[in-house]
Ligand binder design. Structure first.
Ligand code: ZN
Length: 245
């Protein structure tokens, strides 16, 4: 089975469309949250995820847009975009976001937006020390997909050796899973990459070969930028799309 992994779409429907085209042949798709926030098309992105019944976890920007996370946690441009999003969400999409869980589990696999050790506070995994705290919560799960940092990378912990390896893959690459190790994989952000590569990030997990491909695809970010300009969304949020930061 091949599973598409998407995260941090952030209301960027041009990026989501490009990624969904790449994922047209997969058997399932999972979404690690932040469907909305920052971008100009929050409802269109929610519609795609909701109508295709893609299993999704709640992200901090989703929580901010439905009022379950205080916008005090957001920096000023993010706060402006979050309020803008909150004011425009349809009742149906608000209901959809309100019913997203913080964690999802399937067989030997778990999904969370930020970190497993503190899912409701949306902590960031920025180092092997942060990763260690989430590995400690994985139990018998050997693989955890998450998002939140918008950086394509993975962490691996050997089952006996408690050493944690880390590799960033901003240009994409393959993670070949060993059966005796635990993995935390971030396939990057669909709609607002921050690892220096402006192309939309996503992943494909092949459960038969136990590989995860971290992939990138071009999308027309200038279209997204001009929509944001027309809607009066902060210029810093427009600019970061073309530099991938
Ligand atoms: Zn995000």
């Amino acid at each position: 089975m091949r599973v598409g992994i998407i995260s941090d779409i952030h209301g960027n429907v041009e990026a989501l469309d490009a990624v969904m085209m790449e994922l047209r042949d997969v058997d399932a798709i999972y979404c690690l949250g932040d469907v909305v926030g920052y971008g100009p098309n929050p409802n269109e992105c929610c519609d795609i995820i909701r109508e295709r019944k893609i299993p999704t976890v709640l992200g901090n920007h989703d929580a901010g847009a439905i009022g379950s996370l205080s916008l005090e946690w957001f920096n000023p441009p993010a706060r402006i975009a979050a309020q803008w999003t909150a004011d425009r969400l349809t009742a149906r999409n608000r209901f959809f976001l309100q019913n997203l869980p913080l964690i999802r589990k399937t067989e030997h696999l778990c999904m969370v937006h930020g970190s497993l050790n503190d899912p409701e506070r949306f902590g960031y995994i920025k180092s092997i020390w942060d990763a260690r705290e989430s590995f400690a919560e994985m139990g018998s799960d050997t693989l955890c997909f998450l998002g939140h940092t918008h950086i394509a990378e993975y962490f691996r912990q050997g089952s006996r050796l408690l050493q944690v390896d880390h590799l960033a893959l901003p240009e994409g690459g393959r993670v070949a899973k060993n059966s005796d190790s635990f993995y935390i994989v971030n396939c990057g952000s669909v709609g607002q990459p921050r690892d220096g590569n402006p192309m939309a990030g996503f992943g494909i997990y092949d459960t038969d070969s136990s590989t995860i491909d971290l992939l990138r695809v071009e999308y027309p970010f200038r279209v997204t930028q001009s929509k944001m300009r027309d809607l009066g969304l902060p210029t810093s949020l427009q600019h970061r799309l073309e530099i991938g930061q």
